[in-house]
Design a protein around this ligand. Structure first.
Ligand SMILES: Cc1ncc(COP(=O)(O)O)c(C=O)c1O
Length: 389
């Protein structure tokens, strides 16, 4: 077995998802709140554009100049930031953009700072590439986000910092001043800033700030998977600083050739589907309130501030120190699938749950009702019993 293969940890969400699908095969119902994907599909306009492309286009290797221009316009309209279409490198999802960014920007052996809890693929892909993730423990005092003081304290300085705002699994966001201060801390020490903006467009108060608004040299990653509800279409992008455009294009050509032609046709149309996508946001907002208020009523009160994305990250340490076993029992007993925090935090995640509420309001309602009844049914009453590991 290659040493590289041993560096990758399993995704528990995938294992829980597999169990959930087994239930479906047995004819039982399931509430999929374990995976980070919208239950709504691609916008209608995207499907129509894809159908047209199937008829009219050869769908060969192709990069859509119109899509790059449309994404550049998105930066002007959404953030007031001017970027050239050539700075946009289209990739197979944000996953492809992360791989590309790490490969072009960093060398084997480089240290890369990131917050814990955080998206597990960051550390797994870095390790696969022979790089060293440096996890910054982020708790409620910094709203689960890294701070400039944490960056200043790193010795030696890492080669890069990855931030995500809104973040997965916490949903917490960095305000403009906080993001600017982090960017300045990185600049002072020559640290590259990689900003994963995949949950932009999904927030419940102030809109998210792009790293490009506070630092033109930062490297920004985004995707059609979340706001645009196109997970399976595998299309994302990276905005490269001008100095890196050529090497990014060279590498992306070698690793990916081009992204899916069909998805590029669909994505261009999706970018104007504001009304339909706005409807999903209203559903998420209602679901978020319902999940948070139900958890609080159940005595699960330590919740990360879900400023954006579609997750609630909740501490259930008073109920169990085996959140994976807890999720499996809950699924087996009720059909409600949540994810363990272990995917996001190997040290503390056994006491945390992540609930994805990107499902319909009816599903959220029924899932939370079943969860509440399940907890209340436990021998010591409202979940106060510690579950066996
Ligand atoms: C924070 C974060 N970044 C990147 C990704 C990868 O997304 P995709 O490759 O579907 O664009 C995800 C997926 O859940 C994520 O949560």
């Amino acid at each position: 077995m290659s040493a590289r293969r041993q560096r990758v940890e399993p995704f528990h969400a995938v294992a829980i998802n597999r169990l959930a699908h087994e239930r479906t095969r047995r004819g039982l119902d399931v509430f999929h709140m374990e995976v980070g994907q919208p239950s709504a599909g691609a916008p209608r306009a995207a499907l129509a554009a894809a159908a047209r492309a199937l008829q009219d286009s050869r769908l060969g290797y192709w990069e859509s100049g119109a899509l790059k221009e449309r994404i550049a316009r998105h930066y002007a309209e959404t953030y007031g930031v001017a970027i050239a279409p050539e700075q946009v490198v289209l990739t197979p999802g944000a996953s492809g953009a992360l791989l590309l960014a790490f490969t072009v920007l960093l060398d084997a052996g480089d240290r890369v700072a990131l917050g814990r809890p955080g998206y597990p693929a960051y550390r797994n892909v870095l390790r696969t590439l022979g790089m060293e993730p440096v996890e910054l423990a982020c708790g409620p005092e910094s709203r689960y986000q890294p701070t400039p003081a944490m960056i200043d304290a790193l010795d030696p300085a890492p080669a890069a910092l990855i931030v995500a705002s809104p973040a997965n699994p916490t949903g917490t966001m960095l305000a403009r001043g906080e993001l600017a201060a982090l960017a300045a801390a990185c600049r002072r020490r020559g640290i590259a800033l990689i900003s994963d903006e995949i949950y932009h467009g999904i927030s419940y108060g102030e809109p998210a700030i792009s790293a490009l608004e506070v630092d033109a040299s930062s490297l920004v990653i985004n995707s059609f998977s979340k706001y645009w509800c196109m997970t399976g279409w595998r299309l994302g992008w990276l905005v490269a600083p001008e100095s890196l455009v050529d090497s990014m294009s060279t590498y992306s050509g070698n690793i990916f050739l081009t992204p899916s032609a069909l998805s590029q046709h669909a994505a261009l149309a999706a970018m104007d589907a504001h009304e339909e996508l706005g409807g999903h946001l209203a559903t998420y907002a209602a679901n978020r309130l319902l999940v948070m208020s139900t958890l609080r009523q159940l005595g699960i009160t330590e919740l990360a501030p879900a400023d954006g994305a579609f997750y609630v990250y909740a501490n259930i340490g008073h109920l169990t120190d085996d959140s994976l076993g807890f999720c499996k029992r809950l699924l087996a007993d009720t059909g409600v699938a949540f994810n363990t925090g272990l995917d996001f935090d190997p040290l503390e995640g056994h006491r945390w749950l992540r609930i994805s509420f990107a499902v319909s309001s009816a599903e959220t309602d029924e899932a939370m009702r079943r969860f509440a009844a399940w907890l209340a049914d436990r021998p010591d009453g409202n979940g106060s019993r510690r579950t066996s590991p």
